[in-house]
Design a binder for this molecule. Structure first.
Ligand SMILES: Cc1ncc(COP(=O)(O)O)c(C=O)c1O
Length: 379
């Protein structure tokens, strides 16, 4: 099946879960399942471990990400935390320096408190990763494009390095979604999603995924998943599944809008830099083209002064000033004060995440309306 079809139909659709010919999978709002007899099961025992609504969602994502298995978690951060639990005290992880601020916070607090160590490097340069490897290194963690400065890391190259040194390659694929990029097909071992973003797509639910590339990893993750209980609730599974059905058309529209908006921003005299992987002058343009089917809808830009940026947040009308991304509504975020507030100041400054730096998640509205809104807010 092609990707657009996989967004709508689970390849493993369970006819029993679709009783009476229900086209939509019902919300199995139950904590537990009764058994036909001792030692017998319907296939479901307890919803922390598995639930038919969630299974249908997980099967869709497994197919879309070309994974061996997928678990749906309560949030994207729950997915990150569970993956971190694969590592023991003393283990070392090399992470892209520019990643979602919540992931940096997770690594630098809970990660370090449990004895794991981290090196943060610019993974767009393979040599930086190779130089950071030591005898305790167990994994490479990347986002590509990265949040919020849109750095593009070569997934195939990272996979080659990871295999050579017996490391796991973990890719947070939130920004491009499985519609545009499939890291497991490029050699990644684990894919993480904040499904709160493009996959659910409506700014109305929190969700996450861990996709694993092989049975061994899948078993480890499934065991921790049922033990810890970070499972996605049946209703949220339904909402995420409903959002997923329109992923393809939303991503196409969002990208079409993003290209127009990025080109408009380049012409605005108050904008000094535009970070969008769909612009041919973006340093990661070619690498992104070689590994993804699109550029997505995340744009960052810098303004001439901090005052221009502040006023833009106050003047926008259609676009909302809010944390998060990937929904049908366009949102702008001030990473320095919001998503990346916990990133050390020197790192933020090195990456250019300042009081002039704005992140824009392009929605599905009319592009001309969005441009007019920006024009007014930046005037
Ligand atoms: C790239 C990325 N990964 C993970 C997360 C965390 O996801 P959630 O907010 O669903 O916990 C976010 C949230 O903004 C994100 O942008």
């Amino acid at each position: 099946m092609n990707i657009e079809t996989l967004c709508v139909h689970s390849p493993k659709e369970d006819k029993n879960a679709h009783a009476y010919g229900a086209v939509s999978v019902p919300i199995f709002q139950t904590a537990t399942f009764s058994h036909p007899g001792v030692g017998d099961t319907t296939g479901y025992d307890y919803s922390r471990q598995s639930n038919p609504t969630r299974t249908e969602l997980e099967d869709c994502i497994t197919a879309l990400e070309n994974a061996y298995d997928t678990v749906a978690t309560s949030t994207g951060m729950a997915a990150c935390l569970l993956v971190l639990e694969l590592f023991n005290p003393g283990d070392h992880i090399i992470s892209q320096e520019d990643i979602y601020g919540g992931s940096t916070r997770l690594f630098s607090t809970l990660g370090v408190e449990r004895g794991r160590t981290f090196s943060y490097v610019d993974t767009t340069v393979a040599k930086n990763v190779i130089n950071a490897i030591n005898e305790n290194t167990k994994a490479i963690f990347i986002e590509t494009p990265s949040n919020p400065t849109m750095l593009v890391t070569d997934i195939r190259e990272m996979s080659r390095i990871a295999k050579e040194h017996n490391l796991l390659l973990i890719v947070d694929n939130t920004f491009l979604s499985p519609y545009f990029q499939n890291p497991i097909s490029l050699g990644a071992d684990i894919v993480i999603h904040s499904a709160t973003k493009y996959i659910a797509g409506h700014n109305d639910t929190l969700a996450g995924f861990i996709c694993t590339a092989n049975e061994e990893l899948a078993e480890k993750i499934r065991f921790m998943y049922k033990t810890v209980g970070v499972s996605l609730a049946p209703f949220d599974s339904f909402l995420t599944l409903r959002g997923l059905k329109t992923l393809a058309i939303r991503m196409d529209r969002i990208q079409e809008n993003a290209i127009k908006i990025a080109n408009y921003l380049k012409t605005n005299k108050k904008i000094t830099n535009v970070y969008y992987v769909g612009l041919p002058e973006h340093p990661g343009y070619e690498v992104n083209l070689s590994q993804a089917r699109g550029f997505g809808g995340m744009i960052s830009f810098t303004t001439d002064t901090a005052q221009t940026a502040k006023e833009a947040f106050e003047k926008i009308k259609i676009i909302k000033y809010a944390e998060s991304l990937g929904g049908v509504e366009s949102l702008i975020t001030f990473p320095m004060y919001q998503t990346h507030a916990d990133v050390p100041v020197e790192v933020r400054e090195r990456l250019g995440i300042t009081d002039k730096f704005i992140r824009f998640s392009v929605g599905i509205e009319n592009a001309d309306d969005l441009i007019k809104d920006l024009e007014r807010a930046l005037s």
